[in-house]
Design a protein around this ligand. Structure first.
Ligand code: SF4
Ligand code: SF4
Length: 370
């Protein structure tokens, strides 16, 4: 009873007019049987929080389409995050989710990798350590630091920053998870701990400006850290500014037809739509085509909200995305997020389209045109 009252107040459930726009616009509603409108209604009607089956509860990617479309400006997916919090507290989560959360607590990353290996991606590169005199912190993020495919984005960014003469540095093995996926998994206690520890670390090191490789880290720092005393940017924003100011000269050519997949946490969550396109369009030789569903209507890749650690049966949305990119004649589908990069690349294989299309991060394309 108490939980229901808390949910009604926290998520403003009395303001919901039951229009169903949230469920109608939810990209996983049909495949996973997720009816967010109904779940909200039941809490109000029954006076208790009834948790749906695991495959329904964890199907939400926190893509925020429901929030963007809700005429009452509610955040329906936060109700699901709240429900996940109850299951986490009760220990009723799958082993993959539990292990990811434990790994964040123990090692500062959800990939069960040693902290001492966090900066291995930079071996052989000249990556400066951040000091109090450094202008810009390059916050690499867990996936770009540890995932061999996504490490290529981190390396590409280093070559771009160096070419543009930016005074940047990283925190090396001291860097810890931003907590974005932890929040999406409902472990708000662990998330608060990360906010506190990271804020203390950044303050202690004198961080005033940072650039992130991932939209998830950018979103966490910008929207979920309160007023942390530093400014966070996604790298596409920084690159667009450098191009505008004539500080990033792209002289190489990239002669391919490229489309762009808007990551949910960059586009819908933060309205960063123009900068990634501006960067791609500045690449000599590149021919840009839009996907049928782009910008606010972009289709989620299913990598957010902890879904990297939870498989939901049914056709993957990332496969639809890849088919859409092939249909518009793209040779490359570009994105600007490590989760999108991984899910889209997997989808090329599972959709049987190997050899038809390539998945690249925008940073990799820019690095080829330096
Ligand atoms: S879109 Fe908003 S108002 Fe409409 S049912 Fe969903 S939460 Fe309620
Ligand atoms: S955040 Fe996205 S996946 Fe989750 S309920 Fe809303 S629309 Fe559906």
């Amino acid at each position: 009873m108490e939980a229901a009252q808390g949910f009604i107040e926290e998520y403003k459930l009395l303001e919901c007019i039951q229009c169903g726009v949230c469920t109608g616009s939810c990209p996983v509603s049909a495949k996973a049987g997720l009816n967010i409108r109904q779940l909200m209604r039941e809490i109000k009607l029954n006076g208790r929080v009834e948790i749906p089956p695991e495959e329904v509860l964890w199907s939400c990617t926190t893509c925020s389409t429901c929030e963007t479309r809700c005429p009452k400006e509610l955040s329906p997916y936060e109700v699901l995050v709240g429900m996940r919090g109850i299951t986490v507290e009760e220990g009723k989560v799958s082993a993959t989710v539990r292990d990811a959360l434990e790994s964040v607590f123990k090692h500062g990353n959800p990939w069960d990798r040693a902290r001492a290996k966090r900066s291995e991606w930079a071996e052989g590169l000249d990556v400066p350590a951040f000091t109090e005199d450094t202008e810009l912190l390059f916050y690499v993020g867990c996936t770009s630091a540890y995932d061999p495919r996504c490490q290529e984005t981190a390396r590409a960014l280093v070559s771009i920053f160096s070419a543009a003469g930016i005074d940047f540095g990283t925190l090396g093995n001291e860097e810890s998870c931003c907590g974005d996926s932890v929040y999406g998994m409902g472990e708000k206690g662990l998330f608060e701990m990360l906010v506190e520890d990271n804020t203390e670390l950044f303050e202690g090191r004198g961080v005033k400006r940072m650039v992130t490789a991932s939209p998830h880290c950018f979103n966490a720092f910008k929207n979920r850290y309160g007023d942390p005393g530093f400014e966070a940017q996604h790298y596409t924003q920084l690159l667009a500014t450098l191009i505008d100011e004539g500080k990033l000269a792209l002289t190489g050519r990239f002669e391919k037809t490229v489309t762009y997949h808007d990551p949910c946490f960059l586009g819908r969550q933060n309205d960063v739509y123009d900068e990634p396109r501006k960067v791609l369009e500045a690449v000599p030789g590149l021919s840009f085509v839009e996907l049928d569903r782009s910008r606010e209507r972009s289709l989620c890749c299913e990598g957010g909200g902890g879904r990297m650690w939870m498989e939901v049966p049914g056709e993957r949305l990332a496969e639809k995305r890849i088919r859409g990119a092939v249909e518009v004649g793209a040779e490359v589908i570009a994105t600007a997020c490590p989760f999108c990069l991984s899910t889209l690349e997997d989808a090329v294989l599972t959709a049987g389209l190997e050899g038809s299309i390539e998945v690249m991060d925008i940073a990799e394309i820019v690095a080829k045109a330096l």
